[in-house]
Each structure stands twice: as C-alpha cells, then as structure tokens.
Design a protein around this ligand. Sequence first.
Ligand SMILES: Cc1ncc(COP(=O)(O)O)c(C=O)c1O
Length: 441
Amino acid sequence: MDTEEFSLPRSRTANERLHALIPGGAHTYAKGDDQYPEGLAPVISHGHGAHVWDIDGNRYIEYGSGLRSVSLGHAHPRVNEAVRREIDRGGNFVRPSVLEVEAAERFLATVPTAEMVKFAKNGSDVTTAAVRLARAVTGRPRVAICGDHPFFSTDDWFIGTTPMSAGIPAATTELTVSFPYGDLAATEELLTRYEGEVACLILEPAGHTEPPPGYLAGLRALSDRHGCVLVFDEMITGLRWSEAGAQGLYGVVPDLSTFGKALGNGFAVSALAGRRDLMERGGLRHPDDRVFLLSTTHGAETHSLAAAMAVQSTYVEEGITARLHALGERLAAGVREAAAGMGVGDHVVVRGRASNLVFATLDGTGRPSQEYRTLFLRRLLAGGVLAPSFVVSSALDDADIDRTVDVVAQACAVYRKALDAGDPTPWLGGRPVKPVFRRLA
Ligand SMILES: Cc1ncc(COP(=O)(O)O)c(C=O)c1O
C-alpha cells in the first residue's frame, strides 16, 4: 500500500484518548506516539506469535515485542499453560508458596554463576536493590553507571542523570558518576578519583557492541582492587545472549546481576541474583545491619514465577537463544543487502548482536537523523512491519523475515529518492519522530 493512502483513524482517536487520560499517552515512555510518524502510531488490539493487530484492523510483523520482553512471541502456549495452571490455584498467599522455592531453583540452575536470587516485578526494582545492597555492604555513597548504556532504572539514582531529571534533588544525582564502556583506563581513573567512595560499577555486560577482549575480566579485577561491587544489568542480555546471560557467555562472574524482560515473556517478573555473602545481607542469617532488599506485595505472584520457569525451560529445551541468533542473522543479512542494493547501505545501518538488532537512519552527511527515521518508519508501517528496532522474537519465521526484508527494500528505494532530493521533508507526513529522553515535549 502506498504510504499516502495508509492511515489509522481509530488509532489516532485512541491516541487522543490515551493522552487525555494517561500522562505521556502510554505506560512506558518508550511506547509513546511521539516516537512514531504523525498519525501512524498504531494502538494495539491483540497479538499472536510474532504478529500484532491494531484497532484499525491492520496486521503487522512485530519487532522489539513488549519492549524486548516478549522474546518467545505473544500468547506462547507453554508459558500460557503454566500461567493458567497457577491462576486456577491462587495468585498470592499470606506465606510463601512452594513455587518460590521451585522458581529460585530453576533460576539458579539456569544461571549457575549466581548463588541466591530474589524476584520482583520490574527491572528497576532489582537494579535499585542491587545499588542499595552495594551501598550497604561497602558503606560507600557513590554509584558508577556506564554512561554509554541508555537505561538502568526508573529510580532517582539513574533518572537524575538523564535529561528528564525534574523532581530529583541534585544531592541525589551528584552521587551518581559515570564511566565509558570499553575503557578500563577511564574507569580506573574514576575509581582512583573517588577512592573509597564508589559502592558499585553497574553496566550492561554488552550493548550494541561486543565487549573488547579482556574488558569484562578487567572490570572484575578493577572492582576487586578498589573494593566495589560489580553489577551486570542483564535485563536485555539475560536469555538473549545465552540462557545463563552474558555472564554465562563471556565467563566473567559479577557480584550481583539483574534480570527481567525476557524472563517472563511479557509477564511481570524480574530477578536480583548474585553472591551468597552479599545477598544474605537482605536476610536474617547474619549479624550485620539488615538491608531492606526487595520486599513487595506482588513480588512472588505465582503465575509470573510460573511464567519465568516455563520461559527458562523453553529456552533450554528448545534452543531458543540459538534460534534468535539465526533469525537475527537472516534479517541483518537481508536488510544489509536490500539497503546496499538500493544505494543506501551507508545510511540504513543495522547494528548489534543478532538476537538484539537495532537500526540507525543516517542523513546524507552520515549523521543520525530523526527525519530519515520518520520516512523509514512510515514505509515500514505501511508495509505491515512494526519495527522501532529489529529485535527478533523466536515466533518469527523465515517468511516473516523475508517479507520484512522486502518491505525494507521498498523503504530504502524511497530513502534513496529523499537523499537524492537532499531533503526528506516531503516524505515525513508531519512532524518527525522524537527521542524518548528529552527535557521538553
Ligand atoms: C538495561 C535495562 N535495565 C533496566 C531496565 C528497567 O526495567 P523495567 O522497565 O522493567 O523497570 C531496562 C528497561 O528498559 C533496561 O533496558
């Protein structure tokens, strides 16, 4: 369908209602309609496998499902069956359910580098818990975050460092310092400058680039030398890099690590895992001051724990991580070939690990461009591809990937025309898309 004919009248009205009722028009800023071309922000009716349907009746091949959480596809039969079983047996009791033991055993069998685990609902709960625990065990106030990674928590220690820091006292933000990814010397310099003050280093073990050789082992050594806690945020890498996380793949063991997203395939479950002696500080079996470590009403909701167990079994038994990589490799190769074939190989650029692909849209001078992203997204949407990223789920099949590549090729042809014209404006259909983190609307 030609983009000019493609419109979403029902979604447009629903977006207006969303904004009237919910600040930001969505419950996650990253789902906001500001990140989609004007008038082309589909509101979803339902999903199945790798496909979603909007309320205008269009079907899309979906990437980045559930903000990367739905890695097995929507309404996955094994996960849903496990969830359904627990829903019928009660969701939350006045004492722990036996499922809490089983879920912990399953998790620690899947991630054997950790010795204890505690579950919660959101990734932010567990990264913040890791930070508090690190501060408690070290008695140090500062948190060192990797400044090249986009997100760690909705809590003040991290959001204070973003352009959306309104409402967060400077005194809190000053305690968070930042180090660049892949640069051991700069990190050492930071730890020396704040000697004895940094409670932890927190980073994603890998982002859109692989760790340089020896980097993670170097961070391990630096943390030991400077007496700080090494925290790997495995929210994205967990399961997508290997069932045992990036720590399992790269063989470097952090003191603490945090999981979420794919762990529940869309059900709300996250995990803080790590060294027994540190984790025990959140419990009763030590003489030191107790740490209030993840105590939430819904933390052990039975059906979410059942979802996590079913997800991990499915990953291990069905080789899901390898499937994600294979699908991603097919997609990346197809997109690169399509872009090169249309003469935009230097402008539509696929990056990242095959199981976690993103794309960049560069203008004529090679700079990232929200205008060209808008043009590209419009063409993808009109072609039935909903792809703020190219993050795959295992529910995609080769036909979905090939169809996506066809749509990308058509989008690239238009991209070329806009580059030749020197101005993409005629192809934007309204205002350009905007980045999530910005101070003003
Ligand atoms: C690396 C990373 N850490 C933490 C979080 C926070 O997780 P949640 O949104 O579940 O609180 C995210 C979410 O996008 C993330 O990508």
